[in-house]
Ligand binder design. Structure first.
Ligand SMILES: CC(=O)SCCNC(=O)CCNC(=O)[C@H](O)C(C)(C)COP(=O)(O)OP(=O)(O)OC[C@H]1O[C@@H](n2cnc3c(N)ncnc32)[C@H](O)[C@@H]1OP(=O)(O)O
Ligand SMILES: CC(C)C(=O)C(=O)O
Length: 562
């Protein structure tokens, strides 16, 4: 049926090659609490940058880079950190040994080491953590039908045996070391039959004798995203409700981002009962990456919930992560990208500029410091200052901008506060400039434009001027004026110094009347009627208000002459 309101036509794309998730995995729905749940506290965040993130880098990190990232993660407040896949390479093994021998691991931080279900590699993993006070040994095996059939070539029973044997070896290797705990990941969980995941996880909970004091972590990855986040939430809630000895299990999730919904998957999974979230800073990781822990934590922060990690200097975090990964963070990355607190467009700038002024006003009114006052500035979900950013980048001007943007930059960066009625005419000049260049205009370029338009010399020049009060209510202004080619000495009289100057100008042939004066800050503004036209002028006060006013009137005379 052709819908009148939707004129789209069938595309030539071969979508018939792909199957919806419900043809690929059974998602049992036995009640659903997550849609009404709320995010009220931070889950246990577990950065996997040094393992999952690292295995996705063209140049995996060496020990100095790994150490720098590890120290950053500790400083940020992470308490469980996956530090590597020690059986995979000498570099990874050596780094875990470095952590053991260097004393880099604080007492309240637990490293996690990752291993496949192979006896030789499990042995090597345990070798790497010898002497480590606390560690989680993390076992993984892929469990979904495609991986079973195509990759591992083992059926369900064989996979279950592989997992059991690996887990038994792990338990033997750990002995009764109180500092070692266990984690299991059924890789490709989101494509695996739920009853098989339960069989494997519950088997391990029993085999490892998990208890509330020594819980096991069952980590349920969306290894490759296959569906909308609500489906993952259903899968997690099902496990949350059905896992055995639930009080002895830490239910963890590990979303990737193939459909671009890793963050949503993690958030809905926490609503559905997950207590622990694995991810990477800024979403590094294979293909489209792991879920981004920065976005997740700051999403909580922006809801008034303590993220339990400190991203108060986001640019320093970004700099270290970019150095270690050798991958730049995109300019639109939530919270951390270069442009994410910036508005170029006119109406947004207007709203932000009004919002910032209102924020300052309310803070002053209630006697609360601005950085403590409740935040409600349009278009800025969080105060950039809370992330260690300044307001400099908040408003930037190009041809999409309006009068508010250029006025804001002139005020914020040059102390020049254009009177409201003057802003539209300046915005026209700005737009002409930015339309012509196709570029952004910096605050300095805006000032130069303003100075050329309002502060520069013109047709009318003033020299050797003085003013005095001849008698109460009568001022006399004496000066030399050049108007075009003609230069002459002039005098004017009036009740105030400026009316006297206007009179002198009128005497020199430039009929001038001062309508309004705005003397506030380093530049004074005057609206005058010059030869019948109302025009604005501006003058630098340079410490003397009268000088500013005289120059502003002269500027108006010049602008009228142009
Ligand atoms: C979801 C994840 O992120 S999983 C982790 C991915 N990370 C990495 O692969 C980086 C580190 N890996 C490596 O360095 C290597 O793959 C090693 C050292 C672990 C193993 O190397 P190799 O012995 O050369 O094996 P290879 O890399 O070809 O891996 C494929 C083999 O592992 C088997 N395998 C895959 N996953 C697992 C697992 N979880 N447990 C046991 N065996 C597994 C495959 O069935 C295949 O076996 P086959 O050769 O008998 O067919
Ligand atoms: C094995 C798990 C933890 C994983 O890395 C994944 O599935 O992406």
């Amino acid at each position: 049926m052709t819908l009148l309101w939707n004129p789209q036509r069938p595309s030539p794309m071969p979508y018939h090659r792909y199957r919806p998730f419900h043809d690929r995995v059974r998602v049992p729905v036995t009640g659903r609490d997550w849609p009404a749940a709320r995010l009220e506290r931070a889950p246990l965040w577990v950065p996997v940058d040094l393992r999952d993130g690292n295995q996705a880098l063209a140049e995996p990190m060496d020990t100095p880079r790994k150490r720098r990232l590890f120290d950053l993660l500790v400083r940020l407040g992470f308490k469980e950190i996956e530090v590597g896949y020690p059986s995979a390479s000498r570099t990874d093994f050596d780094f875990v040994r470095h952590l053991v021998t260097s004393g880099a691991v604080p007492r309240d931080v637990t490293p996690v080491v990752f291993t496949p279900a192979r006896p030789d590699l499990i042995d090597r993993t345990f070798e790497s953590i010898e002497g480590m006070e606390r560690a989680v040994v993390h076992l993984y095996v892929a469990t979904s039908p495609v991986w079973r059939e195509v990759v591992l070539r083992r059926d369900r029973a064989e996979i279950a045996r592989t997992v059991r044997e690996a887990a038994e070896l792990m338990a033997r290797r750990a002995g009764d070391a109180p500092g070692v705990r266990f984690q299991f990941s059924p890789e490709t969980f989101n494509l695996t039959e739920p009853d098989f995941v339960l069989e494997l996880c519950d088997g391990l909970t029993g085999l490892w004798d998990a208890s509330p004091d020594r819980p096991v972590t069952h980590n349920l990855p969306a290894t490759v995203e296959i569906a909308t986040p609500n489906v993952y939430a259903d899968q997690i809630e099902y496990m949350h409700r059905h896992l055995a000895r639930r009080d002895s299990v830490i239910l963890s999730v590990h979303p990737h981002n193939d459909r671009g919904t890793g963050v949503a998957c993690a958030e809905l999974a926490v609503l559905a009962g997950a207590q622990r979230v694995e991810g990477c800073l800024f979403g590094n990781g294979e293909r489209t990456g792991n879920v981004d822990l920065v976005t997740l934590a700051l999403n909580l922060f922006a809801q008034g919930v303590d993220p339990m990690v400190d991203f108060g200097d986001i640019d320093a975090v970004r700099e270290t992560v970019e150095h270690c990964n050798r991958i730049p963070v995109p300019v639109r990355h939530p919270y951390a990208g270069d442009l994410v607190h910036t508005a170029f467009s006119g109406t947004h700038q207007d709203a932000i500029s009004k919002g910032l002024a209102e924020h300052a006003r309310r803070a002053a009114e209630s006697g609360v410091p601005e950085r403590e006052a409740p935040w409600a500035v349009p278009y800025l979900p969080v105060d950039p200052a809370d992330l260690g950013r300044t307001y400099e980048a908040v408003i930037r001007v190009n041809s999409q901008s309006g009068k508010g943007g250029s006025a804001y930059l002139l005020r914020a960066r040059h102390g020049v506060d254009l009177p409201e009625p003057m802003r539209p005419e300046f915005a026209v000049a700005v737009q002409e400039m930015t339309d012509a260049s196709g570029r952004e205009a910096t605050a300095d370029e805006l000032y130069d434009l303003f100075a050329a338009a309002y502060l520069a010399e013109g047709e009318v020049a003033l020299d050797d001027w003085s003013v005095h009060e001849e008698s109460p209510g009568l001022h006399r202004f004496v000066c030399t004026l050049r108007v075009g080619e003609r230069t002459g000495d002039h005098e004017g009289a009036g009740p105030g110094p400026l009316t006297a100057f206007a009179d002198a100008l009128t005497g020199a042939g430039v009929k001038t009347e001062v309508l309004e004066l705005v003397e506030d800050g380093p530049v004074t503004f005057a609206r005058c009627r010059v030869d019948g036209r109302a025009v604005w002028g501006a003058g630098r006060a340079d410490g003397s208000p009268l000088t500013g006013s005289v120059r502003a009137v002269l500027s108006a005379a010049n602008r009228a002459a142009r």
